[in-house]
Design a binder for this molecule. Structure first.
Ligand SMILES: C[S@@+](CC[C@H](N)C(=O)[O-])C[C@H]1O[C@@H](n2cnc3c(N)ncnc32)[C@H](O)[C@@H]1O
Length: 241
């Protein structure tokens, strides 16, 4: 369904929420708003499926409609893998349950900040940590590191900001032009930006890498970058192959 959430002029812009209105248009919204989304999700599936191998559990934290969950399932033939999708939006989880009926997946409406990931071989956080309070992020990654399997792999995708003001302007303007090219009007872009202002707090790439290290992960590598969007592979210990 076409994203028209911000088409009409709104008198008061309320903070962005992952509610029923957004659920209905979410795949179209994220595809037309996040450069690289259509590469990151299938690659998440490939990377996670390879890492899981024949058995093990993956968590898709902040799963929304389960795009990453589905990508993993599509890339793995293993019967003994399990993918757990977690989101605190009940509208998202209800829809994910309807759309993804593979018995290797399950979905739970819960706060990811208090969801254990004991012995997980893979944890995915695609475009989620940016919506958490900045002071909650290090504690979350530290707990994930402690609870995951010794060979655990964390896949984190985020919007990032730049330390360099010139590059920030180049990327911001290019992103604006990309959204226009994807059919968004300037009114839609500006109303959505206002709605996100209080709820999305973005770190730099350097802050992300430093936090993974502080949380106790041994290896963190940025494997994807497009304008202000980046994705990282973060390992508890160096993978052997
Ligand atoms: C941009 S969406 C994620 C998109 C999804 N991972 C994907 O790649 O299609 C962010 C999601 O995180 C969820 N979320 C935010 N904070 C959360 C929390 N504390 N616990 C669980 N889910 C949360 C939101 O409800 C929303 O569905």
């Amino acid at each position: 369904m076409h994203d028209n959430v911000y088409v009409d002029k709104q008198q008061h812009i309320v903070d962005f929420a992952f509610n029923k209105d957004v659920v209905a248009v979410f795949p179209d919204m994220i595809r037309r708003s996040v450069p690289g989304y259509e590469t990151i999700i299938p690659m998440t599936g490939l990377i996670a499926a390879r890492h899981l191998g024949d058995e093990g559990t993956a968590y898709d934290l902040g799963c929304s409609l389960g795009a990453s969950t589905l990508a993993i399932l599509q890339q793995s033939k293993a019967a003994k893998i399990h993918v757990v999708g977690i989101d605190n939006s009940s509208a998202m989880i209800e829809e994910a349950r309807q759309q993804i009926t593979d018995s290797r997946a399950s979905f739970e409406c819960a706060d990811l900040l208090s969801t254990p990931v004991q012995d997980a071989k893979v944890v995915v956080l695609n475009f989620v940590a940016q919506f958490l309070e900045p002071q909650e992020r290090l504690a979350l990654f530290t707990r994930l590191q402690a609870e995951m399997h010794p060979d655990g792999l964390l896949i984190v995708s985020e919007k990032v900001r730049n330390m360099d003001d010139t590059m920030q302007s180049v990327f911001d303007e290019t992103h604006l032009n990309w959204k226009r090219a994807n059919g968004y009007s300037d009114l839609e872009v500006s109303q959505k930006r206002q709605a996100l202002e209080n709820v999305m707090k973005v770190d730099t790439e350097e802050m992300q890498l430093q936090r993974f290290q502080e949380a106790g992960f041994n290896v963190a590598k940025q494997w994807f970058r497009c304008l202000n969007w980046a994705s990282f592979l973060v390992y508890k210990r160096l993978p052997t192959s």
